[in-house]
Write a protein that binds this ligand. Structure first.
Ligand SMILES: [Fe+2]
Length: 247
């Protein structure tokens, strides 16, 4: 069994004590990681699914790196609309943290995609990224795939958020549907929990480690729901168990 912790939308600021919408995102993340260490251990891998640094400053990534390294397990990240992949790579790769990688924990293959359009909140998978996904799934003759990206590929029940989801979800699902090995798709971005099943594939959205969003008359409002993380247990037969833990 492979035990994964997913954290997402950490939105760290350059200033450790800075506030975002009145929230101390650094403190909130540290509380989440303390909870993970105390209540979710042991685990084998941490996945971080985008919006790691709110304004993509190098020192926000360096602080995140130091917090994540304390987990003592491999870390794999992918970028969100607030990130700059080049800054992430420079901050993480020298320290052994993966950035938008495809890697195997047999019999599982984990596919971390980059759905960012630079300068836009809306997401899109480029032709190259769709081809990378397609090839990774085709190569997987025996085994199961977990596909991760920042932007939700389905509506999540928040119209303003849905306007900045994955804009080419139909193309994404055309690739997913062409292969029988995909067991789950995992994302962040919406700052809310989501769970559904589509053609046997689990669709899973995870709340942020800082504040959550809800739909409001003005579009999007900050909810009073707590910070959270997701745990996933991936079994060799392709089944998985998962849940979201509020902190
Ligand atoms: Fe986002």
């Amino acid at each position: 069994m492979l035990r994964i912790i997913q954290i997402t939308d950490t939105h760290l600021l350059a200033d450790k004590h800075g506030l975002l919408r009145g929230h101390d995102t650094d403190r909130s993340l540290r509380r989440v990681l303390d909870h993970v260490a105390q209540h979710a251990a042991p685990f084998d891998l941490v996945l971080v699914t985008g919006d790691l640094a709110h304004q993509a400053e190098p020192n926000a990534y360096m602080r995140l790196k130091s917090y994540l390294k304390k987990t003592g397990v491999p870390i794999e990240c992918l970028p969100g609309n607030h990130d700059r992949q080049s800054v992430m790579q420079a901050s993480f790769i020298p320290y052994g943290i993966g950035c938008a990688n495809i890697f195997d924990r047999r019999p599982w293959r984990i596919i971390m995609l980059n759905s960012v359009i630079p300068g836009q909140d809306l997401g899109q998978l480029s032709a190259a990224e769709l081809a990378r996904l397609d090839n990774a799934l085709r190569d997987l003759t025996e085994g199961h795939a977990l596909v991760c990206l920042h932007h939700p590929p389905v509506p999540v029940g928040n119209p303003s958020m849905d306007e900045m989801g994955l804009s080419n979800a139909a193309e994404f699902f055309r690739v997913i549907d062409a292969h029988s090995c995909v067991r789950a798709v995992l994302w962040g971005h919406a700052h809310s929990e989501f769970a559904d099943v589509r053609r046997g594939v689990q669709l899973l959205g995870t709340p942020s480690t800082c504040f959550q969003f809800r739909a409001s008359a003005a579009g999007i409002a900050v909810d009073d729901a707590p910070p959270a993380y997701r745990w996933l247990w991936l079994f060799p037969d392709g089944t998985l168990k998962t849940g979201v833990t509020p902190v």
